[in-house]
Design a protein. Sequence first.
Length: 108
Amino acid sequence: MTIIIVVHVLVCVALILIVLLQAGKGAEMGAAFGGASQTIFGSAGAMGFLSKLTTVAAIVFMITSLLLTFASTRRDSTIMKERPAPTSPAAPSEMPVQPQVPVPEPKK
């Protein structure tokens, strides 16, 4: 279980970083009008590599999310299961009768 949680957190961080590395849709338009395109991954850009990496990270994220969900529902540590089963109500016990106080009569 701990291994799945560690992998899930690492994939979350990697997915955030991968998405932030990707250029927006308007980045090609700025480079077309004289902007020098400086890319780490060559002149073709990183779109093919980063999009595949995003897909793989998203799939691993979904799988670890499902595994964590199923693992958390399989646990038997809820409060309701630890409570004893309700029994039939007990017979009312005889309460001692308290002496009645006489009601004062109204004044005339």
